[in-house]
Design a protein around this ligand. Structure first.
Ligand SMILES: Cc1cc2nc3c(=O)[nH]c(=O)nc-3n(C[C@H](O)[C@H](O)[C@H](O)COP(=O)(O)OP(=O)(O)OC[C@H]3O[C@@H](n4cnc5c(N)ncnc54)[C@H](O)[C@@H]3O)c2cc1C
Length: 395
């Protein structure tokens, strides 16, 4: 989308930094509620993790604590016309997670139990039943966990729908505008310095939604939270005749498979590559590529005839406890963060709606995602030690 860098108004109610699913959706809901919002990205809308992910809307891969959020996020994607103004090609299908060994079956049952306790409609079914649902599976499987709520989205197409929705909503989109520094003011006036712009953009509130680059943004705002970057690998095959209809994964989470309507099969599962966040380069690790493809061929033997078309890596953020960061930074209610959400594409729209609700004065339950859990408690009295309970964790 074209950008109005030189002429953009200089002051906004809220500036959102990072135009992936988290930032763009937060910006959209704030603008729909009447705020004057700018959405800033150093690149292009939906071109980082949010535009290149596997697009799986799965509960099998989601941490149990985030299942209710993933269910709501999945519903929002399927109903995108209502809040985004147009559908985004979300498909609702069945999801199967598979076990081939005794150890995998034990893991599968344990994980299915925890997730169904958290609200996911997951049942463990026999190998025979799984083969009835998905005849192309390796018949050597022992058991499967079956979930009626699964699906996928062509994530690379979603950015265009957001660009139209943001424009309709009146959000100023500043692309190719890298934030280099934030000077936080008195709680209602922050200065956001963009590369190659002499004057900062000013904002009453800031939302940091920088994905894998969040750590640096949080440091600018005085919140040093260590964030690990995962370089996730995805492989896509040339279109082939139908080999599967469900979204398929395996018990240990190291495989996800789906076939799009054009016949291409997308192979993922969190196999890692390498890269550097700042320089931006990524590198495929050949043995991880081979391992990922071999596992896919083991699960769906017809994939032995597949031709790999393309391999790529994308950056995903992870906090030390692998739980999201969503909420206010500090107590002045003018600096916020959203990111590091496991299976974040699935739950992204719902997480962003919660944050927008919080910024607009609502009280959604964000306690488990409070960014302040990583920051030290404020000092008690000058020079005094904190109570013993804080030092030892005992009461
Ligand atoms: C390969 C891969 C596969 C995945 N598969 C799935 C899946 O199947 N299902 C699922 O639910 N989730 C999946 N995920 C996770 C999901 O994609 C992410 O959780 C989600 O997209 C993160 O969104 P975000 O908005 O936080 O970050 P991003 O989409 O990464 O957006 C962050 C934005 O911040 C911008 N930015 C960074 N620094 C600056 C700066 N200084 N100034 C201005 N802008 C800046 C970046 O340019 C970027 O556009 C996958 C992730 C990857 C990488």
């Amino acid at each position: 989308m074209s950008v109005t860098i030189g002429t953009a108004p200089e002051r906004y109610d809220t500036v959102v930094i990072g135009a992936g699913v988290m930032g763009a959706t937060t910006a959209l809901f704030l603008a729909q509620a009447g705020m004057k919002v700018a959405l800033v990205d150093r690149g292009v809308l939906f071109r980082a993790a949010s535009g290149i992910n596997a697009g799986t809307l799965t509960l099998h891969m989601t941490r149990a604590q985030l299942i209710p959020h993933a269910i709501r996020g999945r519903e929002m994607w399927l109903d995108a016309e209502r809040w985004l103004g147009e559908p985004v090609g979300a498909v609702s299908t069945h999801g199967l997670s598979l076990a081939f060994t005794e150890a995998e079956e034990a893991l599968l049952r344990a994980r299915a139990h925890v997730r169904s306790e958290a609200g996911a409609p997951i049942d463990v079914i026999s190998a025979r039943k799984a083969l009835e649902i998905e005849p192309g599976l390796n018949p050597g499987l022992r058991a499967a966990a079956s979930c009626a709520l699964d699906g996928h989205i062509p994530s690379y197409r979603v950015g265009a729908a957001y660009a139209r929705a943001l424009k309709r909503g009146g959000v100023t989109l500043l692309e190719h505008s890298e934030v280099e520094r934030i000077v936080t003011g008195d709680g209602s006036d922050h200065a956001i310095y963009l590369r190659e712009r002499a004057h900062p953009v000013r904002a009453g509130r800031i939302v940091a939604s920088g994905g894998a680059w969040l750590e640096k943004m949080l440091r600018w705002m005085g919140f040093p939270i260590p964030i690990r970057c995962l370089f996730n690998q995805l492989v896509v095959t040339e279109p082939m005749s139908k080999v599967m209809g469900s979204v398929i994964s395996i018990a240990n989470g190291l495989l996800s498979l789906k076939q799009f309507t054009n016949g291409s099969v997308l192979i993922g599962g969190g196999w890692q590559g390498e890269g550097t966040l700042e320089a931006g380069g990524t590198r495929v690790i050949p043995e991880n590529l081979r391992g990922n493809v071999r596992l896919a061929q083991h699960v769906i033997p017809a994939l032995r005839n597949a031709m790999v078309l393309r391999v790529w890596l994308g950056q995903e953020a992870e906090t030390p406890d692998a739980m999201p960061l969503i909420g206010a930074l500090g107590t002045d209610d003018s600096r916020f963060v959203i990111g590091s959400v496991h299976s974040g594409f699935t739950s992204g729209p719902y997480m962003a709606r919660l944050l927008a609700d919080r910024i607009l004065g609502g009280a959604p339950d964000l306690r488990a995602f409070d960014p302040c859990r990583f920051t030290p408690p404020p000092p008690t009295k000058a020079g005094s030690l904190p109570p013993q309970s804080l030092l030892t964790g005992s009461s």
